[in-house]
Structure formats: structure tokens, C-alpha cells
Design a protein around this ligand. Structure first.
Ligand code: PGA
Length: 259
């Protein structure tokens, strides 16, 4: 049984003051979520404030990015030990916005995944095809390349400690989500690759989230797919009630699966 996981990616939104309001709303609205794990990834500048607010709450803290070195002359970068010190348990790696806007390569993403694991945090490795790639029939080729590169050189035990997020680029921030069938098809394919890279047993334990225009209205149908183990939520995570709605749907599915 894979406990559903819902991760909020706040992206470059919110001052510290705004982040405090959002985090307080989440903490007060999600006192004891059952059958679901929850994390939020605020901007770096708000991590310390949000960490304080969420201390003792079941909502865990994550970061949107990291550098792969623990320290050094890397102006403007943030390392995994710095994130761990602030209470982060999760770090996104390879989000499509970073691949596209910052030119992040598969090689860099691989190093980040390793760095995150080596400090006992959990990487959420994001993969996904563009609209053009889907039109050209390259969806599986693209996500397979990103997955193999991101997990290259990891042991089966390390793969067991990762989370994947399938985020079709055409669905991110567009309001057009993948259908549950489309998500399940690609995520089933990714799970097949995990069987090959680690083992069949481990592949069954790794959570694969779906991301791309998830909101309270479509979350249930998406997460009802057995291959969809939760959601990576951007825009809808900026509204406490909207995010709580998604978490509640995931919790219902997670609790039902246990019964
Ligand atoms: P979205 O973003 O929910 O706003 O589409 C998802 C993501 O980029 O992780």
C-alpha cells in the first residue's frame, strides 16, 4: 500500500508575510490528516518562517531546488544541508520550469538527486513531455530518458527512497490537466522502468505523483487511478482551502485503500 502524498509547490510566490498566512491556514485546517502525507515547498526566503509555523504539525517542509554540492563558491545557490537545517524533508529535482528556464540538464538533475539522498532527504524527481513531444509520439521516450538519467547510478535501495512526479509540461499552469487515463498510462510505464532499474517489489513501493493543473475538482478522479499516488500541486496550493480540499480527497482514497 502506497500512502498518497500531496506536495504543494508554491513556486516564486509570496513574501514571508504572505507565506506565514498561507502556512497558518494549512496548519489550522489540516490538524490530523489520516491516510495521506502532506508537504509544502515555499520559496527559499520563506522556509525558516514556514518551518516555525509548521513545527509539530503533520505538514512537512520541502524545497523547490538545491545545489548538488554541500558548500562552496556557488553564488546564489542553496545546498541540501542548508535545507535540512531548516527542517526540509523533501526537495524537488528536475521541475520542468527549471529544465526550461535555467537550462538544467539531466546530468545536473542526477547530481541533485544523489545529493538529496545522501543527506537523507527525499527527492521528488519530476519528468514530463512537452506538447510537441506528445504530438510526435515521443511521450514515453522523453519520460524514460529523464527517468533513467535522473536515477542513473543509484542502488535499488536509493531508488526505493525516491518519489517521482509525472508532470506533462503542457498541463502545468495551463488549466488543462492530463486525463486520469493519460496519467495512468505514463505512470504505469514509469513503474515498469522502476521494476527494471530496481526490482518489481521496490517498484510497487515507490510513489509516483501526478502534477499539472491539479485542483480540488479534478484531484479525486486523477488519484483514484491506482498508478497515481498523489499530486504535485502548483497554482492550487497557493490557496489554503483549495489545497486542503485536494489533501482531503487524497486522504479519502488513502484511507479507503487501507480498509
Ligand atoms: P500547476 O503546477 O498545478 O500550477 O499546474 C504544477 C507544478 O508545476 O508542479
Amino acid at each position: 500500500m502506497r500512502t498518497p502524498l500531496v506536495v504543494g509547490n508554491w513556486k516564486m510566490h509570496g513574501t514571508v508575510a504572505e507565506a506565514r498566512v498561507l502556512a497558518t491556514g494549512l496548519r489550522d485546517g489540516l490538524k490530523r490528516p489520516r491516510g495521506v502525507h502532506v508537504a509544502v515547498c515555499p520559496p527559499f526566503t520563506a522556509l525558516a518562517a514556514v518551518s516555525e509555523i509548521l513545527a509539530g504539525s503533520p505538514i512537512q517542509l520541502g524545497a523547490q531546488n538545491c545545489h548538488h554540492e554541500p558548500a562552496g563558491a556557488h553564488t546564489g545557490e542553496i545546498s541540501v544541508p542548508m535545507l535540512a537545517e531548516l527542517g526540509c524533508r523533501w526537495v524537488l529535482a528536475g521541475h520542468s520550469e527549471r529544465r526550461k528556464e535555467m537550462g538544467e540538464s539531466d546530468e545536473q538533475i542526477k547530481l541533485k538527486v544523489r545529493a538529496i539522498l545522501s543527506h537523507d532527504l527525499t527527492p521528488v524527481l519530476c519528468v514530463g513531455e512537452t506538447a510537441d513531444e506528445r504530438r510526435q509520439g515521443l511521450t514515453f521516450t522523453t519520460v524514460e530518458g529523464q527517468l533513467r538519467a535522473g536515477l542513473a547510478g543509484l542502488s535499488a535501495d536509493q531508488i526505493a527512497k525516491t518519489v517521482l512526479a509525472y508532470e506533462p509540461v503542457w498541463a502545468i499552469g495551463t488549466g488543462v490537466n492530463a486525463t486520469p487515463g493519460q496519467a495512468a498510462e505514463v505512470q504505469g510505464y514509469l513503474r515498469g522502468l522502476l521494476s527494471e532499474l530496481a526490482s518489481k517489489e521496490i517498484a510497487q513501493t515507490v510513489r509516483i505523483l501526478y502534477g499539472g493543473s491539479v485542483k480540488a475538482e479534478n484531484a479525486e478522479a486523477l488519484m483514484a487511478e491506482p498508478e497515481v499516488d498523489g499530486a504535485l500541486v502548483g497554482g492550487a496550493s497557493l490557496n489554503a482551502q483549495g489545497f486542503i480540499g485536494i489533501v482531503r480527497k487524497a486522504a479519502r482514497i488513502g484511507t479507503a485503500a487501507k480498509e
